[in-house]
Design a protein around this ligand. Sequence first.
Ligand code: FES
Length: 110
Amino acid sequence: MTRIRFISADGSREQIVDAAVDDRLLDVAQAHDQPLEGTCEGAMACSTCHVHLVGGDLDKLPAPSEEEEDMLDFAAGANRQSRLACQVKLTADIHSLDVKIPRTVVDNSR
Ligand code: FES
């Protein structure tokens, strides 16, 4: 199980959820109403699932594929903590992740 802490773009709100091994980060986020569109449903054609893995948590994940890196080049607000949530699969050795929603995502949940 992985405990995921979603942090809003402005840092004012947090949501902590548990996810299972083999869950995809995008699916977990959407199941908990996080504002990630995931328009292409994982085909690496949209970058609307872009997130920031903060607090050093990027190092818990395997390196992104070349295709993912290429798509991140098009993601607004991408930085060295960026990943595509559709490409992050949770594994048994990932016990927690801090996931920040980028400022470029429009959050209509308020
Ligand atoms: Fe489109 Fe991830 S859902 S790139």
